[in-house]
Ligand binder design. Sequence first.
Ligand SMILES: NC(=O)c1ccc[n+]([C@@H]2O[C@H](COP(=O)([O-])OP(=O)(O)OC[C@H]3O[C@@H](n4cnc5c(N)ncnc54)[C@H](OP(=O)(O)O)[C@@H]3O)[C@@H](O)[C@H]2O)c1
Length: 282
Amino acid sequence: MSSVPDLALNNGQTIPQLGFGVFQIKPEETAEAVRRALEVGYRHIDTAEAYRNEKGVGDGIRASGLDRSEVYVTSKLHNGSHRPDDARAAFDGTLQALGFDYVDLFLIHWPLPTLYDGDFVSTWQTMEEFYRDGRARSIGVSNFQTPHLGRLAAETEVVPAVNQIEVHPYLTNEEVRGYGQQHGIVTEAWSPIAQGGVLDDPTITAIADRLGKSAAQVTLRWHVQRGDVIFPKSTTPARIKENFEIFDFELDDTDIAMISALDKGEDGRTGAHPDTFAFIPS
Ligand SMILES: NC(=O)c1ccc[n+]([C@@H]2O[C@H](COP(=O)([O-])OP(=O)(O)OC[C@H]3O[C@@H](n4cnc5c(N)ncnc54)[C@H](OP(=O)(O)O)[C@@H]3O)[C@@H](O)[C@H]2O)c1
């Protein structure tokens, strides 16, 4: 089995292109899921304060016997903590919950342009503090649309290392991905299999049947060949393994084009729209 590629970030760091997402994994089940993923070979975990399972992520990494430096850990700022002092306290809380003295990547989870008087700029400037003091090796954003990214470019100093956005065959999100490509911002594709929603698609299943792979593997491989970072979530041991086994085959250009052509634009979006999303979880 070929190993997971590392992608270069704009600050000299690298990120494993395939990771393991823990959204909607119960706090009490997270450590075991993470330990299992690390056993399979994953070396990149994507969590968030809002998932309430940062402690489980830290516990799972410690239970694996791996050194902290061998695992790439991402977490995200809570929507309720965008004001600078709140963001500083939240970041301290994230490190405490994980039980680590740094994260590899820390993201603003949502831009929330209708909250905080539309000010995500001071939030980003606070993220820059965490980057400069070394406790966040890289900083980035999530769910930022191109106007939000443009505003950071005009008003702040550090270019986000990544933008984590919804991307899958039914929402290929080319405009935001294209902005990232032009400005050195790596795209991370969340819900890469649309939480299972693309797995019955006849175009994808036909390619999967031809190659002797599963629909999930073909879809994940499509992301990899497009150059995005992915971290599918599963608590099913066989699927955790299946989702890791995507480096021993290739899609040809026709396969890639046929899957990309499944794009439904906004009709394919499964999550909230970043321009209007304003939810602060309790
Ligand atoms: N930044 C954001 O706003 C944001 C939003 C959403 C997600 N994310 C991140 O992206 C990660 C992945 O997204 P996601 O969890 O929403 O969705 P996903 O990875 O696209 O799909 C997960 C779902 O698909 C099922 N599944 C996984 N592998 C499968 C396979 N090989 N065959 C069939 N079904 C399979 C899982 O079921 P089982 O678990 O039952 O196996 C689960 O129900 C999250 O965990 C999180 O880290 C970020």
